[in-house]
Write a protein that binds this ligand. Structure first.
Ligand code: MG
Length: 249
């Protein structure tokens, strides 16, 4: 069932989104060679709790941390660790969110550690821009497939591939709710977008094959060919006045 949010709910979600976005910015600013992913996770958790919110990934299906931190060929769901040290040239995808007064924010971005290769930089740029392509298509009256196709078209025209095994989702009183928001699809297909819907749009884009696998830790998803992957995400409200990004600082 797709839940349409009232304006009161949307204003709470805006605050959950603000906290999520500020935590992500803080985490991203901490990405540097020599820092461990556990240190970044701790900074994000401290900030979220300081705002009277809770880290909504923590203990979700047993996930042990505030942030998913996925490096280079890791696509999503990397587990922060004291043993995992970020190195010069890494690209670091951080996905996290906050629950505030019963409502969730969810966002992600990929950050560069020091100087990264031109290939890595290009992948990050295309992934980020594809998110905004998807956001622009998130208009009342459009359909889910319009968002999906906008992301896919932008990415594939530039020679990258769209992960299909994982998709975006509705977000609200639950972290993951209906509908699914794939990053691939056909324009004009799928459910119609209505004011009050709130969606987490999150392209996961690979430099090589779209195929992924899950590591034996049962969480970390990596590219099958070992090539780089990037991930950008915003929580977005469909409104009569167009898409409104909720995860803004
Ligand atoms: Mg998400």
């Amino acid at each position: 069932m797709i839940v349409l949010k009232t304006s009161r709910e949307l204003s709470i979600m805006k605050e959950a989104g603000r906290i999520s976005a500020a935590a992500l910015r803080l985490a991203g600013e901490a990405v540097e060679p020599g820092v461990t992913t556990a240190e970044i996770d701790r900074l994000a958790e401290q900030y979220i709790r300081s705002q009277g919110a809770v880290p909504n990934f923590k203990n979700y299906n047993g996930f042990p941390a505030t942030a998913c931190i996925s490096i280079n060929s890791e696509v999503i769901h990397g587990i922060p660790s004291k043993k995992r040290v970020i190195r010069e040239g890494d690209i670091v995808s951080i996905d996290l969110g906050a629950k505030f007064e019963g409502y969730h924010g969810d966002n992600a971005a990929t950050f560069a550690a020091g100087e990264v290769s031109p290939e890595a930089k290009a992948l990050m740029e295309v992934t980020k821009e594809s998110l905004y392509e998807g956001v622009r298509a998130a208009k009342a009256g459009n359909r889910i497939g319009d968002i999906s196709a906008a992301v896919q078209r932008y990415v594939e025209a530039r020679g990258y591939s769209v992960v299909r095994q994982f998709v975006g989702h509705g977000v609200g009183a639950s972290l993951h709710e209906a509908p699914e928001v794939p990053n691939f699809g056909v324009p004009g297909r799928g459910i119609r977008l209505l004011p009050g819907m709130t969606l987490a749009i999150e392209p996961m884009i690979n430099a090589g094959t779209e195929k992924v696998k899950t590591l034996p830790d049962n969480w970390t998803v990596v590219t099958l060919d070992g090539k780089l992957s990037a991930h950008f995400e915003h929580s977005v409200a469909i409104t009569a006045d167009g898409p409104q990004i909720l995860t803004l600082v």
